[in-house]
Design a protein around this ligand. Structure first.
Ligand SMILES: [Cu+2]
Length: 281
């Protein structure tokens, strides 16, 4: 957050390296959600975040994940939200700005949605829809997804259940499909989803290290524009990663120069020997 932006992203919205990740996600939103690249893209996005933490912030540990079933239905009690050892607590007042913890004064440049505005990080854990959403983090929803036999069945299950639980259960900025990486909790939530994907892969590595499928854009393809391209400060994404509408291992993933582009094939195996080298414990 304290490192000035370097990538010269369109619309000059980002002030920090942290903002650049948020903006890159916002610029990709239509081609990385409800698509086959959902899990691979966010795996690469997390790797980029961890790389920046380690190279810019003297961070020497790993990207942690949020073990969400432990908090299902009761997110407000999570130690993650501690103001002293965690990421700060719930939002307060009409704006629902977070009022304690290490990020209470941070001003995000992206959001709500694709707008470029200066605003606080906000959360709304008390809303009844947040409590409802957080229940989707319960173990039975996870195991239902883990039991599915193909990637084409697994990723929509995870995107709907566990993914919705973390975003909806925190509410506020986290519930914003476009701007949610403005809340640092985003990275712990998506590391958890990445862990689920890896655990699903690890049940049958010979088959699942190369198993990818799905559509490339939502809604529709080819050339489906965003809903309101004229209102996007950075214009529509020119590339969706694959030449057709079937997600393949050759599908290109981008973080707009924060790291060089990779393919989905580069992020299928987390165990080293290629781009990634980590494990979940
Ligand atoms: Cu996302």
């Amino acid at each position: 957050m304290a490192s000035p932006a370097v990538l010269n992203l369109p619309a000059a919205a980002s002030r920090s390296r942290f903002d650049e990740l948020q903006q890159s996600h916002a610029m990709s939103v239509d081609v990385v959600h409800n698509v086959g690249a959902f899990l691979p893209y966010h795996r690469f996005f997390l790797h980029t975040h961890e790389h920046l933490l380690r190279t810019l912030c003297n961070y020497t540990s790993a990207q942690p994940y949020w073990d969400e079933p432990l908090d299902a239905g009761n997110f407000p009690a999570s130690p993650l939200l501690s103001p002293t050892t965690g990421f700060g607590g719930n939002g307060v007042g009409e704006t629902h700005c977070i009022a304690d913890g290490p990020f209470k004064d941070y001003i995000n440049p992206i959001g709500p949605g694709s707008r470029v505005t200066n605003h606080c990080i906000n959360r709304n854990l008390g809303a009844c829809e947040s409590v409802y959403a957080s229940k989707l983090a319960a173990p039975q929803f996870v195991s239902a997804c883990m039991a599915l036999p193909t990637f084409g069945e697994f990723w929509p299950c995870v995107e709907f259940a566990a993914h919705t639980a973390g975003h909806g259960g925190i509410g506020g900025e986290m519930l914003d499909l476009v701007a949610s990486p403005g809340d640092p909790l985003f990275y712990l939530h998506h590391a958890y989803l990445d862990k689920l994907w890896w655990e699903w892969q690890a049940r049958d590595l010979p088959a699942r290290l190369a198993q990818i499928s799905g559509n490339n854009a939502c809604p529709g393809f080819p050339g489906a524009p965003p809903a309101q391209p004229e209102t996007l400060p950075w214009g529509p994404r020119a590339v969706v990663g694959d030449p057709g509408n079937v997600t393949t291992l050759g599908h290109v993933l981008t973080v707009d120069g924060a790291l060089p582009d990779v393919t989905i094939g580069d992020v299928m195996d987390i165990r080293g020997g290629g781009l990634l080298c980590y494990e979940y414990v």
